[in-house]
Ligand binder design. Structure first.
Ligand SMILES: Nc1nc2c(c(=O)[nH]1)N[C@H]1C(S)=C(S)[C@@H](COP(=O)(O)OP(=O)(O)OC[C@H]3O[C@@H](n4cnc5c(N)ncnc54)[C@H](O)[C@@H]3O)O[C@H]1N2
Ligand code: MOO
Length: 601
């Protein structure tokens, strides 16, 4: 039996389920430090089946609770604990428990137990225990951590129950891909009708994206490139760390390293100076200290550092002020990335942090996928080349330049075909040649119902192209199809519509083609400061400016006039306010979803 569950938080929740004796707690005790090491802040909820108590008889808190306090909060300078007497007869309710978590200070909640809930979970399984599988009757299993002997259906993500680093990779991947479910979340999945989407009809944004992605086969050809040429490329193989980072246990402060004791000694004899790049070759004895610089290797025998500002030197001795905890200001060898672990998984897009990380591991070159080649052209007799005199009744070509810039930001190679004027033959020739040279061909203009439909005739001659009307604004008309082995996108002519359509439809396709997996646009909730209007059944991409309000929350305002030819709205804005198909009117103070431009512009 499964019990419905809705996550009430805006952070992901991931369960671990198994039959008893499989080693859930043992795994979590290893996984938690591994995730901590990678900077993931965790909360853990554990289901206990018995009448447990965390307090100790005789302690004040215990006595006060037993005296009748329904809630007892005990606090010190290092932790606090809230104990609540809540005898509910049946199982505790996970959504209620989750609401007790301080979600602003953690990244993910791991849940042990609550096996029957419709909660995304990792199943743990050991073949030797001869217990039945859980995934066969629980569709919420995201992955199964098991041993080599276990046989699984091919579509279930398999993890090695003994490889904590791999399980941590999966938890991070899950958290990164997770989106909060919300009544307002736009781009909801296309309704399952069990039928092929009719390509001649009006589509929702989600249907359009899904339809397009079903035609995209990622590039598999690769090349090995030097570190300096990896920008925006997609990694073709896992990068396994050949070293510990940091290589040695080192100091995080300029100060003194020594062996901790409780109580501390009144003073320590300074026996050496250790600079970054050097080491103290002897073992530090109790009562000795070294002066140490940030990044310098902590000598054997030392386990703690006190910063210079909280130390006093006198006649070769140093004494310390303030509380000192064992291990403070020490960065452990391998605490960022351990030797032999996956530092970066295949299919990652290599931007500044990834390139820095690969450099920090000493890689000189790496295998990446070949980048997609994208041919771009503009159409229309009114469209003129910038830099040349503007003819009467004409307009400068801006679309080719916005498209080229976005294509380059996605790490693709641009083939610029210029402006192709209104001739069916010229266009058919250009399209056929473009399809030979490029993986993707993108045009702008000529996809609506205007008279100059030579572009449609040309497309019909060279490929299979569908003309869609997407239920969105701007960017209603969209042509998509294939010319030979290439994908073709015919974006609408209006300059803002071009950018919106590119970001919603071409971007996911180019990312998938380039080898990136599971990309989804960033969507964050914000409070609208202005009223917003749309129409039920249509997704509206209003240009907005988001900022942090004085209430500490994200707020958004529109950029003003929203004409689909007004490129200035894209320049002023830093996000789309995505008004979902379900909404027609949003009032100031309502929560909306925004898509920051940061991914691309
Ligand atoms: N009767 C209808 N008219 C229009 C409809 C409709 O459904 N019924 N849809 C409107 C919408 S929405 C859009 S968007 C446009 C799209 O039309 P096309 O894709 O056929 O584009 P064009 O007509 O060629 O151009 C539209 C607009 O964009 C300017 N343009 C074109 N190329 C460029 C370029 N490279 N750089 C800058 N500006 C460009 C062009 O001059 C037009 O002003 O159709 C509506 N009409
Ligand atoms: O939707 Mo058009 O695409 O208004 O500009």
């Amino acid at each position: 039996m499964s019990i419905p569950f809705t996550n009430p938080l805006t952070i992901p929740v991931l369960g671990f389920c198994a039959y008893s004796g499989t080693g859930k707690t043992t795994l979590l005790k290893k996984l938690i430090p591994e995730l901590n090491r990678r900077g993931v802040k965790l909360a853990v909820i554990k289901h206990a089946h018995h009448n447990f108590d965390v307090d100790i008889p005789g302690k004040d808190s215990y006595e006060m609770r037993k005296a009748g306090a329904r809630q007892m909060l005990v606090a010190s300078h290092v932790r606090w604990a809230l104990m609540t007497e809540d005898a509910v007869g049946d199982d505790p309710k996970l959504p209620h428990l989750l609401q007790q978590i301080e979600q602003d200070s953690v990244d993910i909640v791991l849940v042990e137990g609550f096996k029957k809930l419709e909660l995304p979970k990792i199943e743990l399984h050991r073949a030797a225990h001869d217990k039945p599988f859980i995934h066969t009757h629980d569709k919420n299993i995201q992955a199964i951590a098991c041993c080599d002997e276990t046989e699984l259906p091919g579509d279930l993500r398999r993890l090695d129950i003994n490889d904590v680093a791999q399980i941590a990779d999966f938890v991070i991947e899950y958290a990164n891909n997770w989106q909060p479910a919300s009544v307002n979340l736009p781009l909801s999945p296309a309704p399952e009708c069990g039928c092929e989407v009719d390509t001649s009809k009006t589509l929702s944004v989600r249907q359009g994206i899904d339809k397009i992605l079903s035609y995209v086969n990622p590039i598999t050809a690769g090349e090995v490139l030097p570190l300096d040429e990896l920008n925006s490329r997609v990694l073709a193989e896992d990068a396994i760390s050949p070293v510990d980072v940091p290589q040695q246990t080192n100091s995080a402060m300029d100060g003194y390293a020594f062996k901790h004791s409780s109580p501390m000694l009144a003073s320590y004899k300074i026996v050496a100076d250790v600079m970054a790049g050097h080491q103290y070759s002897k073992v530090l004895q109790t009562g000795e200290a070294v002066r140490i610089m940030t990044g310098a290797t902590v000598p054997a025998g030392a386990d703690t550092v006190q910063m210079k500002e909280l130390a006093t030197e006198l006649e070769g001795q140093v004494s310390f002020q303030g509380d000192i905890t064992l291990g403070q200001h020490i960065r452990l060898a391998g605490e960022d990335i351990a030797k032999g672990h996956t530092a970066l998984a295949a299919n990652a897009r290599l931007q500044a942090p990834e390139q820095g990380l690969l450099a920090s591991l000493g890689f000189g070159q790496l295998p990446v996928f070949k980048r997609p080649r994208v041919a771009i052209f503009s159409t229309g007799d009114e469209v003129c080349q910038p830099g040349e005199p503007l003819q009467p009744n004409c307009i400068y070509d801006s679309n080719r330049f916005t498209i080229k810039s976005m294509v380059r930001k996605l790490g693709c190679e641009v083939i610029d075909l210029g402006i192709i004027h209104d001739s069916e033959d010229a266009l058919a020739d250009a399209l056929s040649q473009a399809a030979v040279d490029a993986d993707v061909v993108i045009s702008s203009g000529g996809v609506s119902v205007g008279d100059a439909d030579f572009i449609k005739l040309a497309l019909e001659r060279v490929g299979q192209i569908n003309f869609w009307r997407i239920n969105m604004r701007p960017g209603r008309p969209l042509a998509f199809g294939q010319i030979g082995d290439s994908l073709f996108f015919g974006l609408p002519g209006n300059p803002v519509a071009v950018m919106v359509s590119f970001m919603q439809f071409v971007q996911p396709a180019l990312r998938k083609l380039a080898g990136e997996n599971s990309w989804a646009p960033t969507m964050v909730p914000a409070i609208t400061d202005t009223g917003l209007r749309s129409r039920v059944g249509r997704t509206e991409f209003t240009r907005g400016i988001y900022h942090l309000g004085t209430d500490g929350k994200l707020h958004v305002t529109t950029t003003g006039a929203q004409g689909s030819g007004m490129l200035s709205s894209m320049v002023k804005g830093n996000c789309f306010i995505v008004i979902s198909e379900k909404d027609d009117q949003l009032n100031p103070g309502d929560t909306v979803y925004i898509q920051p431009f940061a991914d691309l512009l």
